[in-house]
Write a protein that binds this ligand. Structure first.
Ligand SMILES: [Mg+2]
Ligand SMILES: [Zn+2]
Length: 187
């Protein structure tokens, strides 16, 4: 069996609109405020037609902080699954102090998805708008694409490519899945 290529999609600022407070993105507070960004349906369909497995990987620490109710988060993700043809959604509800293996920049959600869905990480791509997404991609050994909508965000590791929206990134994402990440280290 051939392992499948995947695109790991961050949720806030990539798939759905994110707020901004003091330069830091904030998630929509509930299902009523959940809005897809322009071109996301088309981009996701494009990935699905290219045969990629679509996996959402999202940090939602407001659950641990007591700001977001778990049932509301589940409602949001049911809505997201209704709007988009997704294969799986992985959520980390912890905060830094919990020291969990899943909170990005740790690669736990990507590695768990790879084990659950038999994914080929060396030909997969992670798309995110925060340094945490790009660092998690690096640690998991997948390609990275930065969605740079927020001028305040400073990356700690350079991304393989940068675009202003998932729609604009769609061709480059497919292109990256055709390259082996291990080639980067070979000379
Ligand atoms: Mg984000
Ligand atoms: Zn976690």
């Amino acid at each position: 069996m051939t392992r499948r290529r995947a695109v790991f999609l961050d949720r806030d600022g990539v798939l759905v609109e994110s707020g901004l407070r003091d330069g830091v993105p904030i998630p929509p507070p509930g299902v009523e405020q959940l809005r897809l960004l322009p071109g996301v349906i088309e981009a996701v369909d494009f990935f699905a037609q290219a045969g990629l497995v679509l996996v959402v990987v999202t940090n939602q620490p407001d659950v641990s902080r007591g700001i977001l109710d778990l049932t509301e988060l589940e409602r949001m993700h049911r809505r997201l699954s209704d709007l988009l043809t997704l294969d799986a959604i992985y959520v980390c509800t912890h905060d830094d102090a919990n020291g969990c293996p899943c909170r990005k920049p740790r690669p736990g959600m990507i590695l768990q998805a790879a084990a659950d869905l038999d994914l080929d990480l060396n030909h997969s791509v992670c798309v995110g708008d925060r340094w945490r997404d790009i660092d998690a991609a690096q640690r998991a050994g997948v390609h990275s694409v930065h969605i740079a909508w927020n001028d305040h965000e400073v990356l700690r590791t350079p991304a393989d490519a940068t675009f202003s929206s998932l729609y604009d990134a769609r061709e480059a994402v497919i292109g990256l899945t055709l390259t082996d990440t291990r080639k980067r280290f070979a000379t």
